[in-house]
Design a protein around this ligand. Structure first.
Ligand code: NAD
Length: 249
Protein backbone atom coordinates (compact mmCIF):
# COMPACT_ATOMS: atom_id res chain seq x y z
CA UNK A 1 0.00 0.00 0.00
CA UNK A 2 1.34 3.42 -0.87
CA UNK A 3 2.39 5.30 2.22
CA UNK A 4 -0.08 8.02 3.15
CA UNK A 5 -3.10 6.78 1.24
CA UNK A 6 -4.00 4.35 3.97
CA UNK A 7 -3.06 6.37 7.02
CA UNK A 8 -4.92 5.43 10.16
CA UNK A 9 -6.49 2.38 8.57
CA UNK A 10 -7.35 -0.91 10.23
CA UNK A 11 -7.17 -4.08 8.11
CA UNK A 12 -8.51 -7.46 9.15
CA UNK A 13 -7.40 -10.63 7.38
CA UNK A 14 -9.02 -13.97 8.16
CA UNK A 15 -7.00 -17.15 7.73
CA UNK A 16 -3.89 -15.00 8.21
CA UNK A 17 -1.91 -17.74 9.96
CA UNK A 18 -0.35 -19.20 6.82
CA UNK A 19 -0.53 -19.44 3.05
CA UNK A 20 -2.38 -16.77 1.10
CA UNK A 21 -3.73 -15.01 4.22
CA UNK A 22 -0.25 -14.65 5.65
CA UNK A 23 0.98 -13.09 2.40
CA UNK A 24 -2.01 -10.71 2.34
CA UNK A 25 -1.50 -9.64 5.97
CA UNK A 26 2.17 -8.95 5.22
CA UNK A 27 1.56 -7.00 2.03
CA UNK A 28 -1.13 -4.79 3.61
CA UNK A 29 1.17 -3.84 6.51
CA UNK A 30 2.28 -0.23 6.09
CA UNK A 31 2.99 2.85 8.18
CA UNK A 32 -0.15 3.92 10.09
CA UNK A 33 -1.96 0.69 9.25
CA UNK A 34 -2.94 -1.79 11.96
CA UNK A 35 -3.29 -5.33 10.66
CA UNK A 36 -5.50 -7.68 12.65
CA UNK A 37 -4.43 -11.25 11.87
CA UNK A 38 -7.24 -13.74 12.47
CA UNK A 39 -6.87 -17.49 12.33
CA UNK A 40 -8.22 -20.59 14.00
CA UNK A 41 -4.80 -21.36 15.42
CA UNK A 42 -3.62 -18.79 17.95
CA UNK A 43 0.02 -19.77 17.49
CA UNK A 44 -0.08 -19.24 13.72
CA UNK A 45 -1.77 -15.83 13.70
CA UNK A 46 0.40 -14.67 16.62
CA UNK A 47 3.51 -15.63 14.63
CA UNK A 48 2.32 -13.66 11.59
CA UNK A 49 1.52 -10.61 13.75
CA UNK A 50 5.07 -10.92 15.21
CA UNK A 51 6.47 -11.11 11.67
CA UNK A 52 4.71 -7.83 10.77
CA UNK A 53 5.80 -6.09 13.98
CA UNK A 54 9.39 -7.23 13.34
CA UNK A 55 9.18 -5.30 10.05
CA UNK A 56 8.27 -2.18 12.07
CA UNK A 57 4.52 -2.11 11.41
CA UNK A 58 1.52 -2.47 13.69
CA UNK A 59 -0.25 -5.81 14.03
CA UNK A 60 -2.41 -7.73 16.45
CA UNK A 61 -3.76 -11.26 16.39
CA UNK A 62 -6.99 -12.97 17.35
CA UNK A 63 -7.82 -16.67 17.36
CA UNK A 64 -11.37 -16.95 15.98
CA UNK A 65 -13.20 -19.90 14.46
CA UNK A 66 -14.76 -18.14 11.46
CA UNK A 67 -17.29 -20.94 10.99
CA UNK A 68 -19.01 -19.89 14.22
CA UNK A 69 -21.43 -16.94 13.95
CA UNK A 70 -21.14 -16.30 17.70
CA UNK A 71 -17.35 -16.37 17.69
CA UNK A 72 -17.25 -13.86 14.81
CA UNK A 73 -19.82 -11.58 16.47
CA UNK A 74 -17.86 -11.63 19.75
CA UNK A 75 -14.59 -10.91 17.94
CA UNK A 76 -16.15 -7.98 16.05
CA UNK A 77 -17.56 -6.55 19.30
CA UNK A 78 -14.10 -6.69 20.87
CA UNK A 79 -12.43 -5.15 17.80
CA UNK A 80 -14.97 -2.31 17.53
CA UNK A 81 -14.56 -1.48 21.22
CA UNK A 82 -10.90 -0.80 20.47
CA UNK A 83 -10.92 0.53 16.88
CA UNK A 84 -13.37 3.01 15.31
CA UNK A 85 -13.86 0.65 12.37
CA UNK A 86 -12.27 -2.04 10.29
CA UNK A 87 -11.59 -0.19 7.03
CA UNK A 88 -10.27 -3.11 5.01
CA UNK A 89 -11.77 -6.58 5.43
CA UNK A 90 -10.23 -9.58 3.70
CA UNK A 91 -12.36 -12.72 3.96
CA UNK A 92 -9.71 -15.30 3.14
CA UNK A 93 -10.14 -18.21 5.60
CA UNK A 94 -11.17 -21.38 3.84
CA UNK A 95 -11.03 -25.16 3.87
CA UNK A 96 -11.62 -27.95 1.37
CA UNK A 97 -13.18 -31.31 2.28
CA UNK A 98 -13.31 -33.08 -1.10
CA UNK A 99 -15.55 -36.01 -1.88
CA UNK A 100 -17.83 -37.25 -4.60
CA UNK A 101 -21.35 -36.01 -3.98
CA UNK A 102 -22.71 -39.53 -3.45
CA UNK A 103 -20.19 -40.08 -0.65
CA UNK A 104 -20.25 -36.58 0.81
CA UNK A 105 -21.29 -36.37 4.45
CA UNK A 106 -23.45 -33.60 5.87
CA UNK A 107 -20.44 -32.52 7.91
CA UNK A 108 -18.24 -32.21 4.80
CA UNK A 109 -20.92 -30.06 3.19
CA UNK A 110 -21.74 -27.92 6.25
CA UNK A 111 -18.17 -27.27 7.39
CA UNK A 112 -17.06 -26.11 3.92
CA UNK A 113 -20.11 -23.86 3.48
CA UNK A 114 -19.82 -22.32 6.94
CA UNK A 115 -16.04 -21.75 6.79
CA UNK A 116 -15.83 -20.45 3.21
CA UNK A 117 -19.17 -18.70 2.69
CA UNK A 118 -21.16 -18.02 5.88
CA UNK A 119 -18.01 -16.55 7.43
CA UNK A 120 -18.06 -13.81 4.74
CA UNK A 121 -21.64 -12.99 5.71
CA UNK A 122 -20.89 -12.82 9.45
CA UNK A 123 -17.70 -10.70 9.25
CA UNK A 124 -19.19 -8.33 6.69
CA UNK A 125 -22.49 -7.93 8.52
CA UNK A 126 -20.80 -7.20 11.84
CA UNK A 127 -18.26 -4.71 10.44
CA UNK A 128 -20.14 -2.97 7.64
CA UNK A 129 -22.08 -0.37 9.65
CA UNK A 130 -18.93 1.38 10.93
CA UNK A 131 -17.43 1.24 7.42
CA UNK A 132 -20.57 2.85 6.00
CA UNK A 133 -20.42 5.59 8.64
CA UNK A 134 -16.85 6.42 7.59
CA UNK A 135 -17.84 6.41 3.91
CA UNK A 136 -14.72 4.47 2.92
CA UNK A 137 -14.08 0.78 2.90
CA UNK A 138 -12.56 -2.11 1.03
CA UNK A 139 -13.79 -5.69 1.18
CA UNK A 140 -12.02 -8.45 -0.73
CA UNK A 141 -13.38 -11.98 -0.58
CA UNK A 142 -11.22 -14.93 -1.58
CA UNK A 143 -13.13 -17.19 -3.96
CA UNK A 144 -11.59 -19.71 -6.37
CA UNK A 145 -11.66 -20.46 -10.09
CA UNK A 146 -13.51 -23.61 -9.03
CA UNK A 147 -16.41 -21.32 -8.02
CA UNK A 148 -16.61 -20.35 -11.71
CA UNK A 149 -15.98 -23.69 -13.40
CA UNK A 150 -17.09 -26.29 -10.81
CA UNK A 151 -14.79 -29.23 -10.12
CA UNK A 152 -14.97 -33.00 -9.86
CA UNK A 153 -15.19 -34.02 -6.19
CA UNK A 154 -15.62 -30.45 -4.97
CA UNK A 155 -19.37 -29.75 -5.09
CA UNK A 156 -19.26 -28.33 -1.55
CA UNK A 157 -16.19 -26.15 -2.16
CA UNK A 158 -17.35 -24.99 -5.62
CA UNK A 159 -20.81 -24.12 -4.24
CA UNK A 160 -19.24 -22.12 -1.41
CA UNK A 161 -16.83 -20.28 -3.71
CA UNK A 162 -19.58 -19.55 -6.28
CA UNK A 163 -21.63 -18.26 -3.35
CA UNK A 164 -18.75 -15.96 -2.40
CA UNK A 165 -18.92 -14.41 -5.88
CA UNK A 166 -22.70 -13.86 -5.68
CA UNK A 167 -22.31 -12.42 -2.19
CA UNK A 168 -19.52 -10.09 -3.37
CA UNK A 169 -21.56 -8.73 -6.28
CA UNK A 170 -24.65 -8.19 -4.12
CA UNK A 171 -22.82 -6.34 -1.33
CA UNK A 172 -20.96 -4.31 -3.96
CA UNK A 173 -24.34 -3.06 -5.20
CA UNK A 174 -25.59 -2.37 -1.66
CA UNK A 175 -22.52 -0.33 -0.66
CA UNK A 176 -21.37 1.34 -3.90
CA UNK A 177 -22.85 4.74 -3.01
CA UNK A 178 -21.03 4.74 0.35
CA UNK A 179 -17.43 4.79 -0.83
CA UNK A 180 -17.02 1.07 -0.23
CA UNK A 181 -15.78 -1.37 -2.84
CA UNK A 182 -16.41 -5.11 -2.64
CA UNK A 183 -14.47 -7.41 -4.93
CA UNK A 184 -13.32 -11.01 -5.07
CA UNK A 185 -10.16 -12.75 -6.17
CA UNK A 186 -10.33 -16.21 -7.69
CA UNK A 187 -7.01 -18.01 -7.32
CA UNK A 188 -6.27 -21.00 -9.52
CA UNK A 189 -3.71 -23.48 -8.15
CA UNK A 190 -1.50 -21.76 -5.61
CA UNK A 191 1.38 -23.40 -3.74
CA UNK A 192 0.19 -23.54 -0.11
CA UNK A 193 -0.61 -26.18 2.53
CA UNK A 194 -4.04 -26.55 0.87
CA UNK A 195 -2.45 -27.88 -2.32
CA UNK A 196 0.66 -29.53 -0.83
CA UNK A 197 -0.89 -33.02 -0.71
CA UNK A 198 -1.60 -33.28 -4.44
CA UNK A 199 0.37 -36.15 -5.97
CA UNK A 200 2.96 -35.62 -8.73
CA UNK A 201 0.70 -36.97 -11.46
CA UNK A 202 -2.17 -34.68 -10.40
CA UNK A 203 0.17 -31.68 -10.45
CA UNK A 204 1.42 -32.71 -13.91
CA UNK A 205 -2.21 -32.89 -15.12
CA UNK A 206 -2.96 -29.52 -13.60
CA UNK A 207 0.04 -27.91 -15.24
CA UNK A 208 -1.16 -29.09 -18.66
CA UNK A 209 -4.31 -26.97 -18.10
CA UNK A 210 -2.44 -23.87 -16.96
CA UNK A 211 -1.21 -21.83 -19.95
CA UNK A 212 1.64 -20.41 -17.84
CA UNK A 213 2.65 -24.02 -16.93
CA UNK A 214 3.36 -23.18 -13.30
CA UNK A 215 1.47 -23.01 -10.00
CA UNK A 216 0.93 -19.56 -8.54
CA UNK A 217 2.31 -18.24 -5.27
CA UNK A 218 0.59 -16.68 -2.27
CA UNK A 219 2.38 -13.43 -3.17
CA UNK A 220 0.70 -13.45 -6.61
CA UNK A 221 -2.69 -13.42 -4.89
CA UNK A 222 -1.63 -10.89 -2.25
CA UNK A 223 -0.50 -8.42 -4.94
CA UNK A 224 -3.98 -8.41 -6.54
CA UNK A 225 -5.62 -7.99 -3.13
CA UNK A 226 -3.32 -5.07 -2.34
CA UNK A 227 -4.33 -3.38 -5.60
CA UNK A 228 -8.05 -3.84 -4.88
CA UNK A 229 -7.51 -2.24 -1.44
CA UNK A 230 -5.70 0.82 -2.85
CA UNK A 231 -7.20 4.23 -3.52
CA UNK A 232 -6.33 3.66 -7.19
CA UNK A 233 -8.89 0.83 -7.33
CA UNK A 234 -11.63 3.04 -5.91
CA UNK A 235 -13.80 2.82 -9.06
CA UNK A 236 -13.68 -0.98 -9.25
CA UNK A 237 -16.43 -2.84 -7.43
CA UNK A 238 -18.32 -6.10 -7.86
CA UNK A 239 -15.54 -7.73 -9.84
CA UNK A 240 -13.65 -10.98 -9.68
CA UNK A 241 -9.95 -11.06 -10.57
CA UNK A 242 -8.71 -14.51 -11.56
CA UNK A 243 -5.13 -15.21 -10.48
CA UNK A 244 -4.59 -18.48 -12.26
CA UNK A 245 -1.87 -18.32 -14.92
CA UNK A 246 -4.54 -18.09 -17.63
CA UNK A 247 -6.41 -21.25 -16.61
CA UNK A 248 -9.90 -19.72 -16.79
CA UNK A 249 -10.45 -16.96 -19.32
P1 NAD B 1 -4.30 -22.77 3.89
O1 NAD B 1 -4.95 -24.04 4.27
O2 NAD B 1 -2.82 -22.72 3.72
O3 NAD B 1 -4.71 -21.61 4.91
C1 NAD B 1 -6.04 -21.43 5.31
C2 NAD B 1 -6.09 -20.52 6.51
O4 NAD B 1 -7.46 -20.42 6.92
C3 NAD B 1 -5.29 -21.05 7.69
O5 NAD B 1 -4.66 -19.96 8.35
C4 NAD B 1 -6.37 -21.63 8.59
O6 NAD B 1 -6.06 -21.58 9.98
C5 NAD B 1 -7.53 -20.68 8.31
N1 NAD B 1 -8.79 -21.31 8.65
C6 NAD B 1 -9.33 -22.45 8.16
N2 NAD B 1 -10.50 -22.70 8.80
C7 NAD B 1 -10.68 -21.70 9.68
C8 NAD B 1 -11.67 -21.41 10.64
N3 NAD B 1 -12.75 -22.19 10.82
N4 NAD B 1 -11.53 -20.30 11.41
C9 NAD B 1 -10.47 -19.50 11.26
N5 NAD B 1 -9.49 -19.71 10.38
C10 NAD B 1 -9.60 -20.81 9.60
O7 NAD B 1 -5.05 -22.31 2.57
P2 NAD B 1 -4.66 -21.24 1.44
O8 NAD B 1 -4.25 -21.99 0.25
O9 NAD B 1 -3.80 -20.16 1.99
O10 NAD B 1 -6.13 -20.67 1.15
C11 NAD B 1 -6.57 -19.38 1.50
C12 NAD B 1 -7.87 -19.10 0.76
O11 NAD B 1 -7.62 -19.18 -0.65
C13 NAD B 1 -8.97 -20.10 1.06
O12 NAD B 1 -10.20 -19.43 1.10
C14 NAD B 1 -8.92 -21.02 -0.14
O13 NAD B 1 -10.15 -21.66 -0.36
C15 NAD B 1 -8.56 -20.05 -1.22
N6 NAD B 1 -7.96 -20.68 -2.42
C16 NAD B 1 -6.79 -21.35 -2.35
C17 NAD B 1 -6.26 -21.92 -3.50
C18 NAD B 1 -4.97 -22.67 -3.52
O14 NAD B 1 -4.63 -23.23 -4.56
N7 NAD B 1 -4.21 -22.71 -2.44
C19 NAD B 1 -6.96 -21.81 -4.70
C20 NAD B 1 -8.16 -21.11 -4.73
C21 NAD B 1 -8.65 -20.54 -3.58
Amino acid sequence: MVEGESSGKVCLVTGAGRGIGRAIANILAAPNVAVICVSKSEANCAAVADEIRDRGFSAEHMAVDVSSADAVANACRAILSKHAAVDILINNAGIARDNLLMRMSDDEWDSVLSTNLSSCFHWTKNLLYRMVKRRWGRIVNVSSVVGITGNFGQSNYAAAKAGVIGFTKSIARETASRGITVNAVAPGFIQTDMTSNLGESIVADLLRNIPMRTLGTADDVAAAVKFLCSDEAGYITGHVINIDGGMVM
